[in-house]
Design a protein around this ligand. Structure first.
Ligand SMILES: *[C@@H]1O[C@H](CO)[C@@H](O)[C@H](O)[C@H]1NC(C)=O
Ligand SMILES: *[C@@H]1O[C@H](CO)[C@@H](O)[C@H](O)[C@H]1NC(C)=O
Ligand SMILES: *[C@@H]1O[C@H](CO)[C@@H](O)[C@H](O)[C@H]1NC(C)=O
Ligand SMILES: *[C@@H]1O[C@H](CO)[C@@H](O)[C@H](O)[C@H]1NC(C)=O
Ligand SMILES: [Fe+2]
Length: 438
Protein backbone atom coordinates (compact mmCIF):
# COMPACT_ATOMS: atom_id res chain seq x y z
CA UNK A 1 0.00 0.00 0.00
CA UNK A 2 2.69 2.43 1.07
CA UNK A 3 4.78 1.24 -1.81
CA UNK A 4 1.97 1.90 -4.26
CA UNK A 5 1.23 5.41 -3.06
CA UNK A 6 4.93 6.27 -3.20
CA UNK A 7 5.15 5.10 -6.77
CA UNK A 8 2.08 7.09 -7.69
CA UNK A 9 3.52 10.16 -6.01
CA UNK A 10 6.76 9.69 -7.84
CA UNK A 11 5.13 9.29 -11.22
CA UNK A 12 3.06 12.44 -10.77
CA UNK A 13 6.17 14.32 -9.74
CA UNK A 14 8.17 13.07 -12.69
CA UNK A 15 5.51 13.91 -15.22
CA UNK A 16 4.41 17.29 -14.01
CA UNK A 17 7.13 18.88 -11.97
CA UNK A 18 10.28 17.64 -13.57
CA UNK A 19 9.81 17.59 -17.33
CA UNK A 20 13.55 17.77 -17.94
CA UNK A 21 13.74 14.18 -16.65
CA UNK A 22 11.77 13.08 -19.66
CA UNK A 23 14.04 14.84 -22.12
CA UNK A 24 15.77 12.46 -24.43
CA UNK A 25 19.52 12.85 -24.62
CA UNK A 26 19.57 11.78 -28.22
CA UNK A 27 22.51 9.44 -27.78
CA UNK A 28 23.20 6.24 -25.95
CA UNK A 29 24.88 6.36 -22.56
CA UNK A 30 26.95 3.51 -21.23
CA UNK A 31 25.22 3.66 -17.86
CA UNK A 32 21.59 4.72 -18.28
CA UNK A 33 19.68 5.71 -15.11
CA UNK A 34 18.05 2.91 -13.17
CA UNK A 35 14.75 2.84 -11.27
CA UNK A 36 14.26 4.19 -7.77
CA UNK A 37 14.12 1.59 -4.98
CA UNK A 38 11.35 2.19 -2.42
CA UNK A 39 12.72 0.57 0.72
CA UNK A 40 9.98 -0.48 3.13
CA UNK A 41 9.92 -0.70 6.89
CA UNK A 42 8.88 -4.18 7.98
CA UNK A 43 9.00 -3.66 11.74
CA UNK A 44 6.36 -2.22 14.04
CA UNK A 45 5.66 1.49 14.43
CA UNK A 46 7.76 1.65 17.57
CA UNK A 47 10.75 -0.17 16.04
CA UNK A 48 13.70 2.02 15.12
CA UNK A 49 14.26 2.60 11.41
CA UNK A 50 16.56 4.72 9.24
CA UNK A 51 19.35 4.36 11.79
CA UNK A 52 22.57 6.22 11.01
CA UNK A 53 25.60 7.55 12.88
CA UNK A 54 27.88 10.58 12.64
CA UNK A 55 31.03 11.77 14.40
CA UNK A 56 30.76 14.27 17.25
CA UNK A 57 34.02 15.74 18.46
CA UNK A 58 37.03 13.55 18.96
CA UNK A 59 35.44 10.60 20.74
CA UNK A 60 31.65 10.68 20.50
CA UNK A 61 29.12 9.44 17.99
CA UNK A 62 25.59 10.65 17.32
CA UNK A 63 23.05 7.89 16.70
CA UNK A 64 19.96 9.03 14.77
CA UNK A 65 16.81 7.09 13.93
CA UNK A 66 13.09 7.43 13.29
CA UNK A 67 10.08 5.75 14.87
CA UNK A 68 6.61 6.05 13.40
CA UNK A 69 5.11 5.81 16.91
CA UNK A 70 5.33 8.85 19.18
CA UNK A 71 6.58 8.69 22.75
CA UNK A 72 9.25 6.08 22.16
CA UNK A 73 12.43 6.44 24.19
CA UNK A 74 15.40 8.43 22.90
CA UNK A 75 17.97 6.12 24.44
CA UNK A 76 20.90 4.16 23.06
CA UNK A 77 22.35 1.20 24.93
CA UNK A 78 25.87 0.26 23.86
CA UNK A 79 28.96 -1.72 24.74
CA UNK A 80 31.91 -3.61 23.32
CA UNK A 81 30.21 -7.00 23.46
CA UNK A 82 27.15 -8.07 21.54
CA UNK A 83 23.95 -7.89 23.63
CA UNK A 84 25.88 -6.86 26.73
CA UNK A 85 25.36 -3.14 26.99
CA UNK A 86 27.20 -1.54 29.87
CA UNK A 87 26.37 2.03 28.95
CA UNK A 88 23.24 3.93 28.12
CA UNK A 89 22.80 7.49 26.86
CA UNK A 90 19.69 9.61 26.58
CA UNK A 91 19.15 12.16 23.85
CA UNK A 92 16.34 14.12 22.32
CA UNK A 93 13.74 13.83 19.60
CA UNK A 94 12.15 16.13 17.11
CA UNK A 95 9.65 16.00 14.26
CA UNK A 96 8.58 18.30 11.48
CA UNK A 97 5.66 19.07 9.23
CA UNK A 98 5.92 19.64 5.50
CA UNK A 99 2.79 20.47 3.55
CA UNK A 100 0.51 17.47 4.29
CA UNK A 101 3.32 15.32 5.61
CA UNK A 102 4.12 14.80 9.30
CA UNK A 103 7.39 13.10 10.05
CA UNK A 104 7.80 10.31 12.55
CA UNK A 105 9.69 10.94 15.75
CA UNK A 106 13.33 11.65 14.84
CA UNK A 107 15.73 10.69 17.63
CA UNK A 108 19.29 11.88 18.18
CA UNK A 109 21.47 10.49 20.94
CA UNK A 110 25.14 11.29 21.52
CA UNK A 111 27.14 8.38 22.91
CA UNK A 112 30.68 8.21 24.30
CA UNK A 113 33.45 8.75 25.15
CA UNK A 114 34.44 5.95 22.78
CA UNK A 115 37.83 4.39 22.14
CA UNK A 116 39.42 4.64 18.68
CA UNK A 117 39.49 1.69 16.24
CA UNK A 118 36.98 -0.16 18.41
CA UNK A 119 33.80 -2.01 17.53
CA UNK A 120 30.72 -1.09 19.55
CA UNK A 121 27.37 -2.84 19.58
CA UNK A 122 24.25 -0.77 20.11
CA UNK A 123 20.49 -0.79 20.23
CA UNK A 124 18.11 2.15 19.80
CA UNK A 125 15.06 2.96 21.89
CA UNK A 126 15.44 -0.01 24.23
CA UNK A 127 14.22 -2.62 21.71
CA UNK A 128 14.60 -3.72 18.11
CA UNK A 129 17.65 -4.99 16.27
CA UNK A 130 21.26 -4.66 17.36
CA UNK A 131 23.69 -2.70 15.19
CA UNK A 132 27.45 -2.27 15.39
CA UNK A 133 30.00 0.26 14.20
CA UNK A 134 33.74 0.70 14.31
CA UNK A 135 35.17 4.01 15.48
CA UNK A 136 37.86 5.64 13.30
CA UNK A 137 41.53 5.22 14.22
CA UNK A 138 43.31 7.87 16.29
CA UNK A 139 46.11 8.19 13.73
CA UNK A 140 47.20 7.15 10.22
CA UNK A 141 46.36 5.25 8.20
CA UNK A 142 42.73 6.20 7.72
CA UNK A 143 40.48 5.56 4.74
CA UNK A 144 37.59 7.73 3.60
CA UNK A 145 34.93 6.86 1.08
CA UNK A 146 33.74 9.91 -0.85
CA UNK A 147 30.57 9.86 -2.92
CA UNK A 148 28.11 12.59 -3.82
CA UNK A 149 24.65 12.83 -5.38
CA UNK A 150 23.68 9.46 -4.01
CA UNK A 151 19.93 9.19 -4.48
CA UNK A 152 18.14 5.87 -4.02
CA UNK A 153 18.17 3.96 -7.29
CA UNK A 154 19.49 0.56 -8.25
CA UNK A 155 22.76 2.33 -9.12
CA UNK A 156 22.86 3.72 -5.58
CA UNK A 157 22.46 0.21 -4.22
CA UNK A 158 25.24 -1.00 -6.49
CA UNK A 159 27.58 1.85 -5.44
CA UNK A 160 26.88 1.19 -1.75
CA UNK A 161 27.51 -2.53 -2.19
CA UNK A 162 30.89 -1.73 -3.77
CA UNK A 163 31.68 0.68 -0.95
CA UNK A 164 30.95 -2.00 1.64
CA UNK A 165 32.93 -4.69 -0.17
CA UNK A 166 36.19 -3.08 0.97
CA UNK A 167 36.98 -1.76 4.43
CA UNK A 168 37.04 1.96 5.24
CA UNK A 169 36.60 4.24 8.27
CA UNK A 170 34.43 7.27 7.44
CA UNK A 171 31.87 8.00 4.70
CA UNK A 172 31.91 11.55 3.29
CA UNK A 173 29.02 12.89 1.21
CA UNK A 174 29.34 16.27 -0.54
CA UNK A 175 25.61 16.89 -0.91
CA UNK A 176 22.41 15.60 -2.58
CA UNK A 177 21.23 12.72 -0.45
CA UNK A 178 17.72 11.41 -1.06
CA UNK A 179 16.46 13.33 -4.10
CA UNK A 180 13.14 13.49 -2.25
CA UNK A 181 12.60 16.86 -3.94
CA UNK A 182 9.78 17.83 -1.57
CA UNK A 183 8.18 14.35 -1.46
CA UNK A 184 8.92 13.68 2.19
CA UNK A 185 8.25 9.91 2.22
CA UNK A 186 11.31 9.62 -0.03
CA UNK A 187 13.46 10.83 2.87
CA UNK A 188 12.15 7.83 4.81
CA UNK A 189 12.83 5.34 2.00
CA UNK A 190 16.33 6.83 1.62
CA UNK A 191 17.01 6.43 5.35
CA UNK A 192 16.00 2.79 5.10
CA UNK A 193 18.09 2.11 1.99
CA UNK A 194 21.30 3.48 3.52
CA UNK A 195 20.73 2.06 7.02
CA UNK A 196 22.83 -1.10 6.56
CA UNK A 197 25.81 1.12 5.64
CA UNK A 198 25.21 4.23 7.75
CA UNK A 199 24.86 2.17 10.94
CA UNK A 200 28.32 0.63 10.62
CA UNK A 201 30.48 3.66 9.74
CA UNK A 202 29.96 7.37 10.46
CA UNK A 203 28.37 9.31 7.61
CA UNK A 204 29.47 12.95 7.43
CA UNK A 205 27.39 14.98 5.01
CA UNK A 206 26.97 18.51 3.72
CA UNK A 207 24.03 19.93 1.84
CA UNK A 208 23.32 19.98 -1.89
CA UNK A 209 20.63 21.79 -3.83
CA UNK A 210 18.26 18.82 -3.41
CA UNK A 211 18.27 19.41 0.34
CA UNK A 212 16.78 22.93 0.03
CA UNK A 213 13.15 21.92 -0.58
CA UNK A 214 11.57 25.36 -0.56
CA UNK A 215 8.11 25.67 -2.13
CA UNK A 216 7.22 29.36 -2.48
CA UNK A 217 4.32 30.37 -0.19
CA UNK A 218 3.61 26.75 0.87
CA UNK A 219 6.92 25.98 2.57
CA UNK A 220 9.30 28.90 2.71
CA UNK A 221 11.91 27.60 5.18
CA UNK A 222 14.78 25.68 3.58
CA UNK A 223 16.50 22.46 4.71
CA UNK A 224 13.64 21.42 7.04
CA UNK A 225 13.98 17.70 6.49
CA UNK A 226 17.77 17.71 6.06
CA UNK A 227 18.38 19.58 9.32
CA UNK A 228 15.90 17.45 11.26
CA UNK A 229 17.19 14.12 9.99
CA UNK A 230 20.89 14.71 9.31
CA UNK A 231 22.21 17.09 11.96
CA UNK A 232 26.01 17.24 12.00
CA UNK A 233 28.17 18.30 14.91
CA UNK A 234 28.52 21.92 13.78
CA UNK A 235 28.60 23.61 17.21
CA UNK A 236 31.77 21.70 18.07
CA UNK A 237 33.58 23.59 15.30
CA UNK A 238 32.22 27.00 16.28
CA UNK A 239 29.73 27.11 13.42
CA UNK A 240 26.21 28.37 14.02
CA UNK A 241 24.68 26.43 11.13
CA UNK A 242 24.20 22.79 10.19
CA UNK A 243 25.00 23.89 6.62
CA UNK A 244 28.79 24.22 7.25
CA UNK A 245 31.15 22.81 9.88
CA UNK A 246 34.47 21.08 10.34
CA UNK A 247 35.93 18.19 12.29
CA UNK A 248 39.23 16.45 12.94
CA UNK A 249 39.76 12.77 12.50
CA UNK A 250 43.08 10.88 12.63
CA UNK A 251 45.45 13.62 11.50
CA UNK A 252 43.05 15.19 9.01
CA UNK A 253 41.03 18.39 9.28
CA UNK A 254 37.85 18.11 7.23
CA UNK A 255 35.83 21.17 6.28
CA UNK A 256 32.26 20.75 5.05
CA UNK A 257 31.25 23.96 3.29
CA UNK A 258 27.74 25.02 2.34
CA UNK A 259 27.20 25.86 -1.31
CA UNK A 260 23.65 26.94 -0.39
CA UNK A 261 24.48 29.14 2.60
CA UNK A 262 25.74 32.73 2.26
CA UNK A 263 29.44 32.78 1.37
CA UNK A 264 30.32 36.40 0.60
CA UNK A 265 33.09 38.11 2.54
CA UNK A 266 30.59 39.62 4.99
CA UNK A 267 28.76 36.33 5.58
CA UNK A 268 28.81 34.22 8.74
CA UNK A 269 30.12 31.27 6.73
CA UNK A 270 33.09 33.24 5.39
CA UNK A 271 34.03 34.53 8.84
CA UNK A 272 33.66 31.07 10.32
CA UNK A 273 35.84 29.53 7.57
CA UNK A 274 38.54 32.17 8.06
CA UNK A 275 38.61 31.51 11.82
CA UNK A 276 38.47 27.75 11.36
CA UNK A 277 41.45 27.74 8.98
CA UNK A 278 43.42 30.00 11.32
CA UNK A 279 43.05 27.39 14.10
CA UNK A 280 44.42 24.47 12.08
CA UNK A 281 47.73 23.13 13.38
CA UNK A 282 49.39 21.26 10.50
CA UNK A 283 51.67 19.39 12.92
CA UNK A 284 48.53 17.81 14.45
CA UNK A 285 46.45 17.60 11.26
CA UNK A 286 48.87 17.62 8.32
CA UNK A 287 45.99 17.16 5.87
CA UNK A 288 43.11 19.53 5.11
CA UNK A 289 40.26 18.30 2.94
CA UNK A 290 37.28 20.41 1.92
CA UNK A 291 33.90 19.18 0.68
CA UNK A 292 31.22 21.28 -0.95
CA UNK A 293 28.43 20.65 -3.43
CA UNK A 294 28.68 22.86 -6.52
CA UNK A 295 32.20 22.46 -8.03
CA UNK A 296 34.50 25.46 -8.42
CA UNK A 297 36.28 23.75 -11.30
CA UNK A 298 34.26 21.78 -13.81
CA UNK A 299 34.63 21.06 -17.54
CA UNK A 300 31.28 19.29 -17.86
CA UNK A 301 28.54 21.18 -19.70
CA UNK A 302 26.22 20.42 -16.75
CA UNK A 303 26.05 23.12 -14.05
CA UNK A 304 28.61 25.27 -15.85
CA UNK A 305 29.68 28.22 -13.72
CA UNK A 306 27.32 27.48 -10.80
CA UNK A 307 30.15 27.34 -8.27
CA UNK A 308 31.86 30.42 -9.67
CA UNK A 309 30.67 33.11 -7.24
CA UNK A 310 31.58 30.91 -4.28
CA UNK A 311 34.99 30.23 -5.82
CA UNK A 312 35.57 33.94 -6.27
CA UNK A 313 34.60 34.61 -2.65
CA UNK A 314 36.48 31.82 -0.91
CA UNK A 315 39.21 30.35 -3.10
CA UNK A 316 41.92 32.58 -1.69
CA UNK A 317 41.17 31.47 1.87
CA UNK A 318 41.64 27.83 0.92
CA UNK A 319 44.74 28.56 -1.15
CA UNK A 320 46.42 30.53 1.62
CA UNK A 321 45.69 27.71 4.09
CA UNK A 322 47.26 25.20 1.67
CA UNK A 323 44.21 22.97 1.54
CA UNK A 324 45.15 19.62 0.00
CA UNK A 325 42.00 18.53 -1.84
CA UNK A 326 38.56 20.00 -2.56
CA UNK A 327 35.81 17.44 -3.31
CA UNK A 328 32.56 18.49 -4.93
CA UNK A 329 29.40 16.79 -6.21
CA UNK A 330 26.47 18.23 -8.19
CA UNK A 331 27.80 17.25 -11.62
CA UNK A 332 26.90 13.60 -12.16
CA UNK A 333 30.26 12.46 -13.39
CA UNK A 334 33.83 12.02 -12.18
CA UNK A 335 36.54 14.58 -12.86
CA UNK A 336 40.01 15.14 -11.38
CA UNK A 337 42.01 18.32 -11.81
CA UNK A 338 45.64 19.12 -11.18
CA UNK A 339 46.57 21.51 -8.34
CA UNK A 340 44.85 24.77 -9.22
CA UNK A 341 44.59 28.35 -8.03
CA UNK A 342 42.69 31.08 -9.84
CA UNK A 343 42.20 29.06 -13.02
CA UNK A 344 45.88 28.23 -13.42
CA UNK A 345 48.02 25.29 -12.42
CA UNK A 346 49.63 26.06 -9.07
CA UNK A 347 51.66 23.57 -7.04
CA UNK A 348 50.45 25.17 -3.77
CA UNK A 349 46.76 24.98 -4.65
CA UNK A 350 44.31 22.17 -3.90
CA UNK A 351 43.60 19.24 -6.17
CA UNK A 352 39.95 19.54 -7.28
CA UNK A 353 37.81 16.42 -7.64
CA UNK A 354 34.18 16.14 -8.73
CA UNK A 355 32.56 12.96 -7.47
CA UNK A 356 28.83 13.48 -8.06
CA UNK A 357 28.31 10.03 -9.50
CA UNK A 358 26.72 8.08 -6.62
CA UNK A 359 23.78 6.86 -8.66
CA UNK A 360 20.77 9.18 -8.41
CA UNK A 361 17.69 9.03 -10.64
CA UNK A 362 18.60 11.99 -12.80
CA UNK A 363 21.29 9.96 -14.54
CA UNK A 364 24.76 10.98 -15.70
CA UNK A 365 26.11 14.29 -17.00
CA UNK A 366 27.41 12.90 -20.26
CA UNK A 367 28.73 15.92 -22.08
CA UNK A 368 32.16 17.37 -21.38
CA UNK A 369 33.40 20.56 -22.99
CA UNK A 370 35.85 20.33 -25.84
CA UNK A 371 38.69 20.90 -26.32
CA UNK A 372 39.52 19.60 -22.83
CA UNK A 373 41.16 21.95 -20.34
CA UNK A 374 44.81 21.21 -19.56
CA UNK A 375 43.86 21.60 -15.87
CA UNK A 376 41.53 18.60 -16.07
CA UNK A 377 43.52 15.36 -15.88
CA UNK A 378 40.79 12.73 -15.89
CA UNK A 379 37.07 12.92 -16.65
CA UNK A 380 34.42 10.32 -17.24
CA UNK A 381 30.64 10.18 -16.94
CA UNK A 382 30.09 6.89 -15.08
CA UNK A 383 28.64 5.99 -11.72
CA UNK A 384 31.06 5.05 -8.98
CA UNK A 385 32.71 6.11 -5.72
CA UNK A 386 36.04 7.46 -4.49
CA UNK A 387 38.47 6.29 -1.82
CA UNK A 388 40.99 8.42 -0.06
CA UNK A 389 43.47 6.32 1.87
CA UNK A 390 45.71 8.60 3.94
CA UNK A 391 48.76 6.50 4.69
CA UNK A 392 50.79 8.92 6.77
CA UNK A 393 51.45 12.65 7.20
CA UNK A 394 52.81 13.01 3.69
CA UNK A 395 51.17 10.43 1.41
CA UNK A 396 47.62 9.56 0.42
CA UNK A 397 46.21 7.33 -2.30
CA UNK A 398 43.12 8.65 -4.10
CA UNK A 399 41.24 6.21 -6.30
CA UNK A 400 38.03 6.33 -8.27
CA UNK A 401 36.04 3.09 -8.48
CA UNK A 402 33.74 2.92 -11.47
CA UNK A 403 30.58 0.81 -11.18
CA UNK A 404 30.98 -1.80 -13.86
CA UNK A 405 27.51 -3.29 -13.39
CA UNK A 406 27.79 -5.77 -10.57
CA UNK A 407 31.51 -5.32 -10.03
CA UNK A 408 33.67 -2.29 -9.31
CA UNK A 409 36.87 -1.33 -11.16
CA UNK A 410 39.61 1.12 -10.21
CA UNK A 411 39.53 3.51 -13.16
CA UNK A 412 41.67 6.37 -11.82
CA UNK A 413 44.35 6.36 -9.14
CA UNK A 414 46.86 8.96 -8.01
CA UNK A 415 49.31 9.56 -5.16
CA UNK A 416 48.78 12.81 -3.28
CA UNK A 417 51.44 14.52 -1.22
CA UNK A 418 50.35 16.79 1.59
CA UNK A 419 51.13 20.48 1.13
CA UNK A 420 51.92 20.72 4.85
CA UNK A 421 55.50 19.58 4.22
CA UNK A 422 56.10 21.42 0.95
CA UNK A 423 58.69 24.05 1.88
CA UNK A 424 58.15 26.14 -1.24
CA UNK A 425 54.46 26.59 -0.38
CA UNK A 426 55.13 27.97 3.10
CA UNK A 427 57.48 30.76 2.04
CA UNK A 428 56.78 33.67 4.42
CA UNK A 429 57.04 36.36 1.77
CA UNK A 430 54.62 34.58 -0.53
CA UNK A 431 52.08 34.03 2.25
CA UNK A 432 52.18 37.57 3.60
CA UNK A 433 51.55 38.86 0.09
CA UNK A 434 48.36 36.78 -0.02
CA UNK A 435 47.31 37.94 3.42
CA UNK A 436 47.45 41.56 2.30
CA UNK A 437 45.23 40.77 -0.64
CA UNK A 438 42.47 39.20 1.47
C1 LIG B 1 10.73 -6.02 3.91
O1 LIG B 1 9.98 -7.10 3.39
C2 LIG B 1 10.04 -7.24 1.98
C3 LIG B 1 9.04 -8.31 1.55
O2 LIG B 1 9.20 -9.44 2.34
C4 LIG B 1 11.48 -7.57 1.58
O3 LIG B 1 11.60 -7.69 0.20
C5 LIG B 1 12.39 -6.43 2.06
O4 LIG B 1 13.73 -6.75 1.80
C6 LIG B 1 12.20 -6.17 3.56
N1 LIG B 1 12.89 -4.94 3.88
C7 LIG B 1 13.78 -4.82 4.86
C8 LIG B 1 14.39 -3.49 5.04
O5 LIG B 1 14.06 -5.75 5.59
C1 LIG C 1 54.54 7.62 3.85
O1 LIG C 1 54.07 6.64 2.93
C2 LIG C 1 54.78 6.64 1.71
C3 LIG C 1 54.08 5.66 0.78
O2 LIG C 1 53.98 4.40 1.36
C4 LIG C 1 56.23 6.28 1.95
O3 LIG C 1 56.94 6.32 0.73
C5 LIG C 1 56.82 7.31 2.93
O4 LIG C 1 58.13 6.94 3.25
C6 LIG C 1 55.99 7.36 4.18
N1 LIG C 1 56.47 8.44 5.00
C7 LIG C 1 56.60 8.34 6.32
C8 LIG C 1 57.07 9.57 7.02
O5 LIG C 1 56.37 7.30 6.90
C1 LIG D 1 45.52 2.86 -4.35
O1 LIG D 1 44.23 2.34 -3.98
C2 LIG D 1 43.60 1.57 -4.99
C3 LIG D 1 42.26 1.22 -4.48
O2 LIG D 1 42.29 0.58 -3.24
C4 LIG D 1 44.45 0.36 -5.33
O3 LIG D 1 43.84 -0.35 -6.37
C5 LIG D 1 45.82 0.82 -5.76
O4 LIG D 1 46.62 -0.29 -5.98
C6 LIG D 1 46.44 1.72 -4.71
N1 LIG D 1 47.67 2.23 -5.23
C7 LIG D 1 48.81 2.08 -4.65
C8 LIG D 1 50.01 2.58 -5.39
O5 LIG D 1 48.92 1.54 -3.57
C1 LIG E 1 32.83 -5.40 -16.45
O1 LIG E 1 31.78 -6.31 -16.27
C2 LIG E 1 31.66 -7.24 -17.32
C3 LIG E 1 30.41 -8.07 -17.08
O2 LIG E 1 30.32 -8.49 -15.75
C4 LIG E 1 32.90 -8.11 -17.42
O3 LIG E 1 32.81 -9.00 -18.49
C5 LIG E 1 34.11 -7.20 -17.62
O4 LIG E 1 35.28 -7.94 -17.61
C6 LIG E 1 34.16 -6.13 -16.52
N1 LIG E 1 35.23 -5.21 -16.82
C7 LIG E 1 36.20 -4.95 -15.96
C8 LIG E 1 37.21 -3.96 -16.44
O5 LIG E 1 36.27 -5.47 -14.88
FE1 LIG F 1 23.21 18.87 -6.98
Amino acid sequence: MENFSLRAFFLVFTLFLCPQLLRSHGFISRQPPRPVIFTQHNGSDSDPQQVHISLVGKDHMRVSWVTEAKQTKSIVEYGKESRRYNAVATGEHTSYKYFFYSSGEIHHVKIGPLQPSTTYFYRCGGSGPEFSFRTPPSGFPIEFVVVGDLGQTEWTASTLAHVASMDYDVFLLPGDLSYADTQQPLWDTFGRLVEPYATTRPWMVTEGNHEIEIIPIIHSGGFTSYNARWPMAYEESGSTSNLYYSFDVAGTHIIMLGSYAEFSKSSAQYKWLEADLAKVDRTKTPWIFVLLHAPWYNTNTAHKGEGESMRKAMEKLLFRARVDVVFAGHVHAYERFTRVYNNAENQCGPVYVTIGDGGNREGLALKFKNPPSPLSLFREASFGHGRLRVLNETHANWSWHRNNDSNSVVADQVWLESLSTSEACWDEGLLSLLKDEL
